[in-house]
Design a protein around this ligand. Structure first.
Ligand SMILES: Cc1cc2nc3c(=O)[nH]c(=O)nc-3n(C[C@H](O)[C@H](O)[C@H](O)COP(=O)(O)OP(=O)(O)OC[C@H]3O[C@@H](n4cnc5c(N)ncnc54)[C@H](O)[C@@H]3O)c2cc1C
Length: 277
């Protein structure tokens, strides 16, 4: 089973600061890490490889330092990794990012004799759009199955997969043809501690780097800033709310207390002329 996992190197958003003068992310204020959802995607690929055999390839687009994120994936259990990195990719929005990744996926499909499954994270913790995975699937004309919390079955003979997708009030079980693309939630698995041999392999591993010229039939106009119709107007950190109150007691008492606060102190459900407003 050939599995491809798309991974992104992101700044650790628990730490990163916004530059108040330029309204841009101060990337030097936080270390770069493997997008946490993508670590779960790689771990799921490892689980599927244990059952079905095959190969796990990871693919990333980013600056040269994104090689570190690929090495982290090798630590988790990926077999090989490719980084597409070129100034001509810079300034890409999700449309241009998914186009560039799609071109690299096409090349990998040719050289690997096909890919059975593509895994992505549910979203990247910095950009947070969740658009890249479905964007790649749309271009490849394969089904995108988003918010997956469990891969229930893969039948390589019948070319079918069954997954559980998280929805608002539970989950749904979906069957799809393969190849398809899954975006995964953190609930799908626990990312395990890497075994020592993987750590040693990752330490010595050098990902393959491709530039635009290594990809086939690329329309340069669809790459980078030129291929990006998105305009970011302004960016600011969300306002921090203050005065949180921790309620004591069991959950029933806490709910009673919370409702009482909302009714009295915050004047919700004000009564006007005998009627609730
Ligand atoms: C006008 C504009 C300019 C921008 N310029 C830059 C720039 O110069 N440099 C820059 O780093 N970002 C830039 N960005 C941000 C960039 O568009 C997004 O980071 C990128 O398109 C991915 O979107 P996302 O972060 O929302 O990822 P999501 O769509 O939320 O990611 C979902 C999943 O897709 C996969 N994925 C996402 N991105 C990648 C990737 N790069 N490689 C492999 N897999 C991936 C991962 O599996 C990830 O979990 C720019 C954005 C805009 C709007």
């Amino acid at each position: 089973m050939n599995i491809l996992v798309c991974v992104k190197q992101v700044p650790d958003t628990k730490i990163i600061k916004v530059n108040p003068k330029t309204n841009t992310l101060d990337r030097s204020s936080a270390p770069a890490i493997l997008n946490p959802y993508d670590a779960h995607a790689v771990q799921e690929a490892v689980r599927l490889k244990e059952i079905h055999g095959g190969k796990i390839t990871v693919l990333s687009m980013g600056p040269p330092q994104a090689k570190e994120a690929i090495k982290k994936c090798v630590e988790i259990g990926a077999d090989e990794g490719f980084l597409i990195s070129d100034r001509r990719f810079a300034g890409a929005d999700t449309l241009a990012t998914s186009y560039a990744l799609y071109k690299a996926v096409q090349k990998l499909m040719k050289q690997d004799g096909g890919i059975d499954l593509i895994l992505c994270g549910k979203h990247a913790i910095d950009g947070d759009t969740g658009q890249t995975g479905p964007g790649i699937a749309r271009r490849l004309l394969i089904p995108p199955l988003t918010n997956v919390i469990k891969v229930a079955e893969v039948n390589l003979e019948d070319r079918k997969i069954q997954v559980h997708r998280k929805i608002e009030d539970g989950y749904e079980l979906i069957e799809s043809a393969i190849p398809c693309l899954l975006t995964v939630e953190k609930e799908i698995n626990e990312v395990e501690y890497s075994p020592l041999p993987n750590m040693l392999k990752a330490a010595r591993y050098t990902p393959v780097v491709w530039t635009v010229d290594d990809l086939d039939d690329v329309d340069i106009k669809q790459l980078g800033l030129k291929g990006s119709p998105t305009i970011v107007g302004k960016m600011w950190p969300p306002a921090k709310s203050e005065g949180a109150q921790i309620l004591a007691g069991d959950s029933r008492e806490q709910v009673r207390e919370a409702v009482s606060i909302m009714l009295q102190q915050r004047e919700l459900f004000k009564v006007k002329g005998g009627e609730r407003v």
